[in-house]
Design a protein around this ligand. Structure first.
Ligand code: CAA
Length: 240
């Protein structure tokens, strides 16, 4: 078996595509999920990939989940922080819960997972971390102060951790997807989504595979000189 790879939010959407791509490349993949048992069971049946349930926003649950993976499969050498939620709403209507859930799930989760794997990666002098940001973390988005702040935070987090890992064989990169055809984007009201699609020069939503192929590129063993970068994959919507 190849290197152990953990993908958070790995059983649906972009995460599923990343898991399948990694498996095809020979990685020993584990897909984390937070709540949807049925989707996870269907995913496992479809792909043959193991799943593990824990809440990425819960520091202790993450530590426990990663310990369990490492005891059964070996050290996590590839980590893809993909789990994310939206709680959209304009600032004047947003409550603290909407703010906090998004910050904890989308941003604090990266601290929780990275903290659990970083010491092992440093000791072994190898690690590949990819954090999934967003075009909306780069450009902002009406109705998403919480999400844009969390995703923008991911981009800063990536650059700081990349500096710390560089001398230890650990690369840390971010991908900033644009609007990709997933349940999350399908939940945007159609008239709003139509207006957004009109701003994408390629003229369509992205596909999960458009993101997965970049993850494979960044986590490769020989991708040793790419660190601290943010790869924008958004059909030309925002050139940053
Ligand atoms: N810029 C300026 N004004 C805007 C605007 C925009 N982008 N979008 C809406 N408005 C205006 C509307 O025209 C409207 O103005 P009037 O009252 O004068 O007509 C006003 O703002 C209120 O708009 P809504 O009726 O839409 O307000 P709402 O409170 O019902 O809904 C919202 C607000 C929930 C944020 C809704 O606009 C929405 O869902 N927007 C989409 C947010 C979005 O893109 N989310 C991305 C989810 S996917 C994702 O996040 C993945 C990723 O990484 C890319």
């Amino acid at each position: 078996m190849g290197r152990v790879a953990l993908v958070t939010g790995g059983t649906r959407g972009i995460g599923e595509s990343i898991c399948v791509g990694l498996k095809e490349q020979g990685y020993d993949v584990v897909a984390n999920y937070g709540g949807n048992d049925q989707a996870a069971a269907e995913f496992s049946e479809r792909t043959g990939i193991d799943t593990i349930k824990f809440d990425v926003s819960d520091f202790d649950a993450v530590a426990g989940g990663i310990k369990q993976i490492e005891e059964s499969k070996g050290p996590v050498e590839v980590l893809v922080n993909n789990a994310g939620i939206t709680r959209d709403g304009t600032m004047h209507k947003m409550n603290f819960e909407q703010w906090n859930q998004v910050i904890q799930t989308n941003l604090s989760s990266c601290f929780n997972t990275c903290r659990a794997v970083i010491e092992g990666m440093r000791k072994r002098e190898f690690g590949r971390i990819v954090n999934i940001g967003s075009v909306n973390g780069q450009a902002g988005q009406y109705g998403q102060v919480n999400y844009a702040a969390a995703k923008s935070g991911i981009h800063g987090f990536t650059k700081a951790l990349a500096q710390e890992g560089a001398a230890k064989g650990i690369t840390v990169n971010a991908i900033a997807p644009g609007y990709v055809e997933t349940d999350m984007v399908r939940a945007v009201p159609q008239p709003v989504l139509d207006k957004i699609i009109a701003t994408i020069p390629v003229g369509r939503l992205g596909q999960p595979e458009d993101i997965a192929r970049a993850v494979l590129f960044l986590v490769a063993d020989d991708a040793t000189f790419i660190t601290g970068s943010t790869l924008s994959i958004n059909g030309g919507q925002h050139m940053y």
